[in-house]
Design a protein around this ligand. Structure first.
Ligand code: B12
Length: 375
């Protein structure tokens, strides 16, 4: 490989990127999976996925003349197990300062290195982490950073399921790294999964219509993070104690055994959030929410989103000591919160505490919860 590319790789690694790989952009070769995913409605109400599909499938529409992708991975494995004992369960990635904010400055520095080391001009590259119209996992697989598992994750042989991904599209022609190979097709979903189906079997809501394909409408990650409205009633029991995202299909993957604890140079831990009791979440005020979740990805779902999720977890907890806090939320300003509070109060056998809230209720969606709850 070109000495300058080697130097770029080493300097990006020194910046804190745990995977640095290169992929070439060949026309018309990506995104077939995305089209059928959208056509099946698996994107739920993420209309932005449909609107940006053309760009996701063709990087040339994002950066005219794009020829290569620099794929970057940030390992967030902290070596610990998260939740599950009694308290609320959080997706591991959320227990850090917001990775978007953490990785952006490093991407800026990466851009400067593209110029310094490869001689790129400022218009020769564009970088994104998560929110750009880029199929990050597909590029990561093509660059050999890992393979697409049956759980749809980019699974690395050295970082397991625990990589954040970012991409730099560039007009420069870079020498690509080879994708992983085995006896099968290098692009195949589940390339190194063998006969294992643990992720598909463990999914609490059966969100995989086929290996490698997630129906977001059933995915707990979608329901607890992206969905801003009412969570379908039939999915709520399976959400268990999860209050933000879901790692089940990642956690059960045997490839995690090979994952070392990440350097996490770019990340700052907010692990203390995992210790907050569910009762305290149910009693969060706007001021306390802002204080505790400032700088995390969790703040994006806003107080109402977190209270909604906390109500679902409370309804699943079987813990009668939460009934009072839940019943108080049946009078919350947000109808979404009220709807889930009604459900949770019923599940905790505390419907008798809802009298005043019920008498005052006018919102059709919340009234539907009272009706569904049977009283
Ligand atoms: C929309 C989205 C979601 C949606 C939909 C998930 C989904 N499966 O598509 C929801 C809200 C449900 C979600 C959930 C999660 N997400 Co999300 N999400 C995204 C986002 C913004 C777009 C993904 C997308 O395009 N989906 C559409 C489907 C069709 O595309 P795809 O899964 O990428 O599949 C393509 C490839 O698999 C490709 N392909 C398959 N095999 C091969 C082989 C080769 C060689 C090639 C070239 C291509 C290829 O074909 C598909 C279409 O082209 C990306 C960020 C981004 N910009 O890419 C993050 C991203 C995928 N999410 C991420 C994470 C961490 C999560 C969660 C783990 C969060 C959590 N703990 O709750 C869960 C995991 C759920 C799961 N099992 O997928 C990470 C994944 C990192 C990784 N190592 O894979 C990403 C990359 C964000 C980031 N920058 O780090 N997410």
């Amino acid at each position: 490989m070109d000495a300058r590319q080697q130097e770029l790789r080493a300097r990006l690694a020194a910046l804190g990127f745990d995977e640095v790989r290169f992929a070439g952009i060949a026309p018309g070769s990506l995104g077939g999976g995305l089209r059928s995913w959208l056509d099946s409605g698996y994107h739920a109400d993420m209309d932005w996925m449909e609107r940006t599909a053309g760009k996701r499938m063709d990087p040339g529409l994002v950066l005219a003349g794009a020829r290569s992708v620099v794929v970057l991975g940030v390992d967030y494995h902290d070596g610990g197990r998260r939740g599950g004992d009694r308290g609320p369960v959080w997706a591991r990635y959320s227990l850090y300062g917001d990775y978007h904010d953490a990785i952006k400055p490093a991407l800026e520095r990466a851009g400067a290195l593209m110029e310094e080391v490869l001689g790129a001009g400022p218009a020769d590259y564009r970088y994104y982490v998560d929110t750009g119209p880029v199929l990050e996992r597909a590029w990561a697989a093509r660059s050999g950073a890992g393979f697409i598992g049956k759980n749809a994750m980019l699974i690395s042989r050295t970082h397991g399921n625990w990589l954040f991904l970012a991409c730099i599209l560039t007009r420069l022609e870079l020498e690509p790294d080879p994708p992983l190979r085995s006896r099968g097709d290098p692009g195949a979903v589940g390339l190194l999964c063998g006969n294992c189906t643990r992720c598909l079997d463990a999914c609490p809501t059966q969100a995989f219509p086929s290996p490698g394909v997630v129906d977001a409408r059933r995915c707990i990650s979608y329901q607890t993070i992206e969905n801003r409205g009412v969570i379908p009633r039939e999915l709520r029991p399976a959400i268990g104690a999860r209050v933000y995202g879901c790692d089940t299909c990642l956690d059960v993957c045997p490839w995690n055994r090979f994952a070392r604890v990440g350097r996490r140079m770019l990340l700052s831990s907010r692990g203390e959030i995992a210790g907050i009791p569910l009762k305290d979440l149910l009693e969060l005020t706007p001021a306390r929410f802002a204080e505790v979740f400032r700088g995390t990805a969790i703040k994006r779902i806003k107080l109402a989103g977190l209270l909604r999720n906390a109500c679902v977890a409370a309804g699943n907890s079987g813990d009668p000591s939460l009934a009072g806090a839940v019943a108080r939320l049946a009078s919350h300003a947000s109808p979404v919160v009220r709807a889930h509070a009604v459900w949770a109060a019923r599940r905790l056998g505390a419907a008798d505490q809802l009298g005043a809230a019920r008498a005052a209720e006018r919102d059709p969606e919340v009234l539907a919860e009272y009706a569904a709850a049977g009283g």
